[in-house]
Design a protein around this ligand. Structure first.
Ligand SMILES: Cc1ncc(COP(=O)(O)O)c(C=O)c1O
Length: 398
């Protein structure tokens, strides 16, 4: 029976590709440190479950397709209090995670063969959505030596064609950890206005930016309000990946009314998860976010300083999220990552890395790079750095 080209063209995510090797390594008794997953290890605040338990829901009925009003009001307040952003409850549609928000936003904007413009390296799962919807990718390159900040405006404009419909920003970045400056956001906004494009600003890591810098939301600029669509999620903000709550946020009324039809088609988001999420937005304030940020920032420092000390490793300091892109002194980072799982251990332990090629559109780009995620405790990060150092020495002496 038939399998669509849309489905068969989707590639296995670079994060999942190594799982069979990791399972085999564990079976053989090795301890594996997971530097590959973007899954926060900090506990989900108890308020999430408390609100669900106290809700007294007797029948789990469908919720409003826009999402519970209480949650949308809570998010609106959260935007005002934490970022001085004005989005009312009608400008917020709740989705099953940022992932569903992305799928719905892309479906609403793009026809088959339309083009999306974005900076590479980029979050590899976007590719699955692009394949599903047959959207073509036009990527401009951000360089590791520039901290993956934007290239000059002309380089971005040169990639625009009559089929380009939107620019997709990931800010702070996955896999780069880059936090764009206000000037960079304005460059993107100006281009979008001039060429009549949407800016889809994926801000699921907005609360994680370091060195006392704030990740300005694309939603802060009134001049780009018609162009801007924000992708939101509680996955990283509240360590609640399994809750599957995200949102589409935009002041563009026509866009919201069109994307709402997709929300209606899937009827509703999980009622209980929305109640829990409302509890989080209503109770947790600045001190909670500051506490989490401090933990990740400390880990960022440990990993960055540790990597700098390893021979032949190149790295620029990430400014946000919980990822760092690292250039390794190896011929092929995928081969190396597999070798670390299959053949190497240091005192019975090894590390799992994400080869970076899957984050690039350009063939062979990122061949020496890996993405490291620091969603593990500091002590484990220190051990992982030692394992990586020993692994590189052995791999290069073969
Ligand atoms: C950049 C980016 N956007 C969106 C998502 C989707 O997250 P979720 O569907 O859990 O909200 C992720 C998850 O890792 C991500 O890294």
């Amino acid at each position: 029976m038939n399998i669509s080209k849309r489905a068969s063209n989707i590639k296995v995510s670079p994060v999942r590709k190594l799982i069979p090797y990791q399972e085999e390594a564990i079976k053989r008794g090795k301890k594996v440190y997971h530097l590959n997953i973007g899954q926060p290890d900090l506990p989900t605040p108890p308020e999430f479950t408390e609100f669900i338990v106290n809700s007294g829901e007797k029948t789990l009925s469908y919720a409003h397709s826009k999402g519970n009003l209480g949650l949308r009001l809570a998010m609106s307040k959260f935007y005002k209090e934490n970022f001085d952003l004005d989005f009312n409850e009608e400008e917020i549609l709740i989705t099953a995670g940022g992932s569903e928000a992305l799928l719905f936003v892309l479906t609403t904007i793009f026809d088959v063969d339309d083009e999306i413009l974005l900076s590479e390296p980029y979050y590899a799962n976007y590719n699955s959505f692009f394949e599903m919807l047959q959207i073509k990718v036009n990527a401009f390159s951000a360089k590791s030596e520039d901290g993956f900040h934007l290239p000059p405006k002309e380089e971005i404009i040169a990639k625009i064609t009559p089929k380009t419909k939107a620019i997709l920003l990931t800010h702070p970045g996955n896999p780069t950890g880059t936090v764009y400056t206000e000037e960079e956001l304005k460059i993107i906004g100006d281009i979008a206005k001039e060429y009549n494009l949407y800016v889809i600003s994926d801000e699921v890591y907005r609360l994680l930016s370091y060195d006392n810098k704030i990740a300005t939301s694309m939603g802060s600029f009134p001049e780009y309000r018609e162009n801007t669509i924000i992708i939101e999620s509680i996955s990283k903000t509240y360590s609640a990946c399994g809750a599957r709550i995200g949102a589409i946020v935009s002041k563009n009324k026509e866009f919201i009314s069109q994307v709402y039809k997709l929300c209606q088609a899937r009827l509703s988001v999980s009622t209980l998860d929305m109640i829990g999420a409302e509890g989080l937005y209503n109770t947790l304030k600045k001190d909670y976010f500051d506490g989490n940020r401090a933990i990740y920032e400390k880990r960022r420092d440990v990993i960055y300083e540790g990597l700098l000390k390893i021979d032949g490793v190149k790295v620029t300091k990430p400014e946000g999220a919980f990822y760092v892109m690292v250039t390794l002194p190896v011929d092929d980072s995928e081969k190396f990552a597999i070798w670390m799982l299959e053949y190497f251990d240091y005192e019975g332990e090894t590390v799992m890395l994400t080869p970076a090629q899957g984050f690039y559109k350009t063939p062979d780009a990122g061949k020496q790079q890996v993405r490291i995620s620091y969603c593990i405790e500091e002590e484990k990060i220190r051990k992982s750095l030692k394992i990586l150092e020993e692994g590189l020495k052995k791999y290069n002496s073969k």
